[in-house]
Design a protein around this ligand. Structure first.
Ligand SMILES: Nc1ncnc2c1ncn2[C@@H]1O[C@H](COP(=O)(O)OP(=O)(O)OP(=O)(O)O)[C@@H](O)[C@H]1O
Ligand SMILES: [Mg+2]
Length: 434
């Protein structure tokens, strides 16, 4: 029971004490959180203006047009809508519009969306999480909208609307929501859809496009200089003065600009860099910390990705791992992976043998995700062959595969063709050819 050895035990009281006495990096860490709405949103002026113009008539009790917001991830769509909704709510007008925000990734079924709208307006859990027929909820909802919201406007924001569209019954509920106004006496609703899947409109019912999709607002990705402006504003609120070396923000911006100009990524990097410095109780954040933060975030991302892939794909990955582990010099070709996959899948109950073709599909998917590279090389009279290599560290692959119950038991299996040290003759030729 080595964990009980007092010399090695983590001293939590001491840790907290030294944390509290250590240097203060953050003034307001929350300002780097994705839910924080800053006072200004740099480089989103035209979108804010457009949405403000569309929604202003709600202050007079008139119905704004429904519309969609599009843009890649981290381009400020959610932040902009929340910003405008706050501003609209702060206006001193007789008519106070309502805003109901629904993230379709969280409130994920048509039923729950209706229940969520109802319960948010009624401020009580009146609609149970399952069970009522849809038309009853609809009738109740219409009654509630008229009685509680009266002559005002109710904005219904459907964030990540693409997820809803791809769900069973998603199109129908959207259609019903676009038609609410026809059945309301006093209240009027306005739908705002947000999506980072630019192509999701292809799955929309044409009737919905005509009432929702014709007007849309595009959120272009940020470039590095725009990201710098965003980060500078946030850093002033989040960090104590003098904590960030001047190269830090440009570097975070540059990393995030490479990843499609994702402001969320830029903010995460900055926060993580600060936390790394805090962890070692240093006083200054430098480019080294940003690089480390980038590496850690990337690793987290890869771990998540590997955890999420199907078991067969994990076994393909494990096959490559096992060959590299037991024979680092071996030139891996698809046929080797096929052999090892057949061996290890036999060690796990209920796992099917895959065809060479399916193995090749999995290899391509892993290559597309940047986990491995699979380059086609010409091997003289052996023809053209795919040579497979890891693009990320073996430790990371090992960590991810050991983390899964199904794969952890096979991580020490030595591939049969390596067991008798009878490395295929062909491989030596390949080694010379590449
Ligand atoms: N122009 C901006 N100014 C300040 N902060 C911004 C700006 N744009 C985005 N952000 C910040 O970046 C983060 C991500 O933005 P947001 O959540 O709005 O992205 P999104 O477009 O909704 O992405 P997704 O499609 O992934 O939901 C948030 O923390 C947000 O506050
Ligand atoms: Mg969003």
């Amino acid at each position: 029971m080595k964990n009980h050895n007092n010399n090695h035990q983590f001293n939590i009281d001491k840790f907290y004490k030294s944390y509290l006495n250590g240097p203060r990096i953050f003034k307001n860490r929350d300002a780097l959180d994705s839910w924080y709405i800053p006072k200004e949103l740099p480089h989103r002026d035209s979108q804010i203006k457009n949405i403000a113009e569309k929604t202003a008539c709600a202050l007079l009790g008139d119905t704004p047009p429904s519309f969609l917001c599009y843009g890649m991830t981290g381009t400020g769509k959610t932040a902009t809508i929340r910003y405008v909704s706050q501003k609209l709510a702060q206006q001193t007008s007789e008519i106070k519009p309502w805003w109901i925000y629904i993230n379709c990734n969280v409130v994920s079924t048509p039923y729950r969306i209706l229940a969520h709208i109802y319960n948010t307006i009624s401020r009580q859990e009146k609609i149970p999480p399952t069970g009522l027929p849809k038309d009853i909820i609809f009738k109740n909802l219409l009654g509630l909208l008229d009685s509680k919201i009266g002559n005002s406007i109710c904005f219904l924001v459907l964030d990540e609307i693409d997820i809803l569209v791809n769900k069973k019954g998603g199109n129908e509920i959207l259609y019903d929501l676009t038609r609410l106004n026809e059945n309301l006496d006093k209240c009027k609703t306005c739908l705002i859809g947000i999506s980072n899947k630019l192509k999701f409109r292809e799955n929309l019912d044409p009737r919905i496009i005509s009432s929702l999709g014709e007007e849309h607002i595009v959120f272009p990705s940020y470039d590095a200089s725009e990201l710098r402006d965003i980060l500078n504003d946030r850093a002033k609120i989040a960090f104590n003065e003098g904590v960030l070396k001047e190269e830090v923000i440009p570097l975070c911006a540059a990393f995030a600009a490479k990843e499609n100009g994702d402001a969320r990524k830029a903010l995460q990097l900055l926060r993580k860099a600060g936390e790394l410095v805090e962890r070692v109780q240093n006083k200054i954040v430098t480019s080294k910390h940003v690089e480390k933060a980038q590496e850690e975030l990337e690793n987290d991302h890869i771990m998540e990705y590997i955890k999420g892939i199907p078991l067969q794909s994990k076994l393909v990955l494990a096959s490559i791992y096992l060959i590299s582990k037991f024979s680092p010099e071996h030139v891996i070709i698809s046929g080797d992976i096929y052999d090892v996959h057949s061996e290890i899948r036999g060690l796990i109950p209920g796992i099917r043998q895959l065809t060479k073709r399916r193995i090749s599909d999995y290899i391509n998917e892993l290559a597309l995700a940047g986990i491995i590279s699979a380059d086609v090389k010409s091997m003289g009279h052996y023809g053209r062959t795919k040579i497979i290599k890891f693009d990320i560290s073996m430790e990371l692959i090992e960590k991810a595969l050991l983390d899964s119950d199904k794969t952890k038991g096979i991580m020490n299996h030595k591939p049969v063709f390596l067991q008798a040290n009878k490395v295929k003759l062909k491989n030596n030729i390949f080694k010379k050819l590449i």
